[in-house]
Design a protein around this ligand. Structure first.
Ligand code: AMP
Ligand code: ZN
Ligand code: FE
Ligand code: FE
Length: 274
């Protein structure tokens, strides 16, 4: 089953394997009607994707995914229909990418001290012009033969509690909601299963949606999250978090069923805001 909508995709602008235009081509091939490109801490892929989707029946929604600073937990905010050239947003994202670079260098240093040296050039080449992330370091480790898979790199070394993990500068979730809003975007809490306790403060700040349809979420989890979302009158959104085969195993573009209504409601809200 392929969904008509996928609101969570990564491109080579961050840690995805496919370029923005390749993602658009895949979406068209698969018959999708709307996709959002939501790269980590960058909107660098959006213009290319908009260009590729122009004149087709595919709606390309400009998006971003911002990682937040919450000790011990992954809290990520998605921003939809953002003004991807907003100077303030661009400035902040550029700071985050700079922090990613410093942090990646720190992780390479830690790995070296653990007896697992990597050439920085390899990590830089894997990241290309994009936002550097742990998946690039994981890939470099696979190339060296230190681990059999990216998963193993996360499990043994670069996961949150791993010996080579390094923190980096991030916004707190409430400020991330504000940042998205001030760039005229619609803030949505990503893969919220473990972090729904943040909802009241985020909603107060202007959160409009909850990503309830997500890769790996069981029908029961989806039902629970959907009922929570409805209680708070949030738009229920979803997507695959597709990074390209092999990066996060078993996820396909369009592989998570997301109702068209998700896009219709987001689009309607974006129009009111415009
Ligand atoms: P970063 O943004 O640099 O902290 O890296 C986090 C990213 O790593 C996530 O968005 C996923 O794309 C990826 N990731 C997280 N856990 C794993 C894992 N176990 N195996 C492969 N990739 C992962
Ligand atoms: Zn990622
Ligand atoms: Fe995420
Ligand atoms: Fe993601």
């Amino acid at each position: 089953m392929i969904s008509r909508v996928d609101l969570h995709l990564h491109s080579t602008a961050s840690d995805g394997r496919f370029s923005p235009s390749e993602l658009v081509a895949m979406a068209l091939e698969r018959g999708l009607l709307a996709i959002a490109i939501t790269d980590h801490d960058t909107t660098a892929g959006i213009d290319e994707a908009l260009e590729a989707a122009r004149g087709t029946r595919l709606e390309l929604i400009p998006g971003v995914e911002i990682s937040c600073d919450v000790p011990g937990q992954e809290v990520h905010l998605l921003g939809y229909y953002i003004d991807h050239h907003d100077p303030h947003l661009e400035g902040k994202l550029s700071d985050f990418r700079q922090a990613r670079l410093q942090r990646a260098r720190g992780m390479v240093r830690k790995l070296a001290s653990l007896g697992l040296p990597l050439e920085w050039e390899t990590v830089a080449e894997l990241a290309g012009d994009g936002s550097v992330g742990r998946p690039h370091i994981a890939q470099a480790m696979v190339r060296k033969g230190y681990v059999a898979s990216p998963d193993e790199a996360f499990d043994l070394y670069i996961g949150r509690n791993g010996p080579a993990y390094v923190e980096r500068y991030k916004l707190n979730p409430v400020d991330a909601v504000s940042l998205i809003k001030q760039a005229r975007g619609l803030p949505v809490l990503a893969h919220p299963l473990q972090v729904t306790h943040f909802l009241p403060s985020l909603i107060e700040q202007g959160l409009v949606g909850l990503e309830v349809y997500y890769n790996g979420y069981s029908p029961e989890v989806i039902r629970e999250l959907a009922s929570l979302g409805r209680k708070y009158d949030l738009i229920l959104t979803g997507g695959s978090d597709f990074h390209g085969s092999g990066v996060l195993d078993g996820v396909e573009m369009g592989g998570v069923s997301v109702p068209l209504e998700s896009v219709e409601r987001l689009r309607a809200l974006a129009r009111i805001r415009a």
